[in-house]
Design a protein around this ligand. Structure first.
Ligand SMILES: Nc1ncnc2c1ncn2[C@@H]1O[C@H](COP(=O)(O)OP(=O)(O)OP(=O)(O)O)[C@@H](O)[C@H]1O
Ligand SMILES: [Zn+2]
Length: 481
């Protein structure tokens, strides 16, 4: 049975055949680390985690790269506005790199709790400035880019296939080309910045052949993907709102520089929405995972996400998450009882379930169908176990193997009661959350009563225990160092 992936570039499902036998190269756009991760990020990274897990389960060696954007992502897509990290640093009155480090750690903490495997390599944009400078220099040499006043732009007219991913023509892209001042520097309004000159006072800047400045957001992904995975990569993932301009620009830069196809299969996850609007940091309608985890175990969130397909939108609602929790509890209950069942004489024909599960995952990672099949299997198991004849050892082993492979390993939604690892982690985390909220409250009362000795004692003792407290305008946050 072969794997079929919906390729956003050609807008059809295509059979997946990696460039190199047995190996899959995969790049997924990572977060811009200027705030805590929200449910939208969880959808993107849980979806691609399942992609990697399924590919590994199918026998491939997967080389998964996911970057950390710590410079160059501006508040405005049209090469204007402020760097998102720099803006947050100004707000919090600390160094941009402190912001990036703090939220990077926070990001991995949340992703770990969601059961997401860490990428093989997690390169940062600031750690790869020379690679980006090299890419930009190549583009200038080949006549695809030009410098004006210390800024370097990509010439979209020099790359005939610009627009092939998003379906936008350069004429349509002209609309998003920025304000008049920037436009006047550009040869074509749709040209985009590869390198930006640092204005006085800009902290995150590097020397380059074009003076002191910083790279544009699109350049980092091309440079890092090609550095670690080669000029042509198998799978590139990201949220669908990034098709334009981000991924369109990545294609243009990479293919113009190498003359080779950049990505063979483009995969885009749909959005988590709130009342139909994209959840986003810049839109201010986001729900932090850390807050959600206070009310729901991370595995419930993972299950909630995987109950809809990665290409379908997912509207946030507590009622829907609550329904997911009930469903997951039932499945987990069967999984626990299955492992404790004493052998009897009854049988379950497991082959059809295995085929349906494999078929679902091979059909563009159809996790909602795979979950529905697990529920069917759970129903059959419950009936069989409740009957006097029970299940014979062979059937028990086969059912256990299916639950383990698909429920635990591929989807990551079930926890093994034999080890109690996942469950204990979640329960520990919930207890810690409660204790920390209590300490934050006591410390804040101490400070209101001007008892700084007590408030400092709480902060210092926690620091000794490896927990950092940080006072922000929104209140006190904490993280493990
Ligand atoms: N609401 C969402 N639903 C699904 N995926 C999302 C959502 N928001 C962001 N993503 C994806 O998460 C990844 C990281 O995005 P990024 O850090 O730039 O987040 P963001 O919250 O969209 O930021 P901003 O709101 O400032 O644009 C991208 O691939 C992006 O497409
Ligand atoms: Zn990217």
């Amino acid at each position: 049975m072969s794997l079929w992936i919906y390729n956003s570039l050609n807008r059809v499902k295509e059979e997946f055949i990696p460039l190199q036998d047995g190996v899959v190269t995969m790049y997924v756009c990572g977060p811009t680390v200027y705030g805590h991760a929200h449910l939208g990020h969880a959808k993107s990274y849980v979806s691609f985690d399942v992609v990697a897990k399924w590919l590994r389960h199918s026998g491939y060696r997967v080389k998964y790269i996911q970057n950390i954007t710590d410079v160059g992502h501006l508040t405005d897509d049209s090469d204007e506005g402020e760097d998102k990290i720099a803006r947050q640093a100004r707000k919090e009155r600390i160094d941009p790199m402190e912001i990036a480090q703090y939220y990077t750690r926070s990001y991995y903490e949340d992703m770990d709790r969601l059961g997401i495997d860490r990428p093989n390599i997690a390169p940062t944009a600031t750690g790869h400035i020379p690679d980006q400078v090299n890419l930009i220099s190549t583009l200038i040499e080949k006549g695809h880019a030009y410098e004006v006043n210390g800024n370097v732009y990509f010439s979209v007219e020099s790359f005939k296939e610009y627009g092939k991913l998003s379906g936008r023509t350069t004429e349509e892209a002209r609309q998003s080309g920025g304000r008049v001042e920037t436009r006047s520097e550009k040869r074509h309004p749709a040209d985009f910045a590869l390198w930006k000159k640092a204005e006085p006072g800009h902290l995150m800047k590097w020397d380059s052949p074009w003076g002191s400045g910083y790279p544009g957001w699109h350049a980092e992904c091309s440079a890092m993907a090609m550095k670690y995975l080669g000029e042509t990569i198998d799978i590139h993932g990201g949220g669908m709102e990034n098709k334009f301009p981000h991924h369109e620009c990545e294609i243009a830069q990479s293919e113009a520089a190498t003359g080779k196809p950049y990505v063979r299969y483009w995969m885009h996850n749909n959005m988590v929405t709130v009342n139909g609007t994209k959840m986003g940091k810049s839109l201010g309608n986001f729900i932090n995972l850390k807050d959600i985890f206070k009310r729901f175990a991370p595995v419930v969130i993972r299950f909630f996400i995987l109950q809809s397909h990665y290409r379908s939108p997912l509207d946030f609602s507590e009622t829907a998450i609550d329904a997911s929790r009930t469903g997951l509890e039932k499945l987990q209950d069967t999984w626990t009882r299955l492992q404790q069942a004493a052998p009897g004489s009854g049988e379950i024909e497991t082959r059809p379930f295995q085929e349906r599960l494999t078929e679902a995952m091979n059909d563009d990672f159809n996790t909602p169908i795979a979950i529905a099949v697990l529920f069917d299997l759970a129903k059959a198991v419950n009936t069989a176990i409740a009957a006097p004849s029970g299940l014979n050892q062979d059937s028990l082993d086969r059912c256990i193997s299916l639950f383990r492979s698909f429920g635990e390993e591929v989807l990551g939604i079930l926890q093994n009661p034999a080890t109690e690892k996942g469950k204990t982690n979640n329960e520990d985390e919930e207890t810690l959350d409660t204790v920390m909220n209590l300490l934050i409250d006591i410390r804040s009362r101490a400070r209101s009563g001007k008892d700084y000795e007590l408030s400092d004692l709480i902060r210092d003792k926690l620091a000794e225990a490896g927990i950092t407290m940080k006072d922000t305008r929104e209140g006190t946050e904490w993280s493990r160092s």
